[in-house]
Design a protein around this ligand. Structure first.
Ligand code: NI
Length: 131
């Protein structure tokens, strides 16, 4: 019997999941597949510059606005926009107001990448298992 994939074979109510927590920069895992994780996160303000040596990272903005700062430009993202940061590329997400974002990246990716920061969220899934 294969181990059950987190979030598999069930409806995932993203709004309900987002309503179940309020802390910023602390992603929650809502599903996993193919060694990747789908995470929900609330962003408020400015994050740290960082890169991920071994992980490409997808940001899908669900609510609010997100500025993706790259070293040579800033990419404004609105709800409904998605953006992929390739591995090794420095980036700094900035949310002028609260933004709700879905992240898709390899399991175990630390959100601060190579930058050590107290902002590194501890990935928690147990919170959402109860919802
Ligand atoms: Ni990142």
């Amino acid at each position: 019997m294969p181990s059950r994939l987190h979030g598999a074979l069930e409806r995932i109510d993203l709004a309900e999941k987002l309503a179940s927590f309020d802390d910023a920069w602390n992603p929650r895992i809502v599903a996993e597949l193919n060694g990747q994780e789908v995470r929900l996160v609330k962003l408020r303000g400015e994050f740290v510059w960082h890169s991920h040596a071994d992980a490409d990272e997808l940001f899908l903005v669900l609510r609010g606005e997100l500025e993706m700062h790259l070293r040579d430009r800033v990419v404004p993202l609105a709800a409904g926009d998605a953006f992929v940061v390739p591995r090794g590329v420095e980036h700094k997400p900035v949310a002028p107001t609260e933004a709700h974002v879905l992240l898709f990246e390899p399991a175990g990716t630390v959100n601060t990448g190579d930058a050590s920061s107290e902002r590194a969220g501890s990935l928690r899934r147990q919170d959402l298992d109860r919802t």
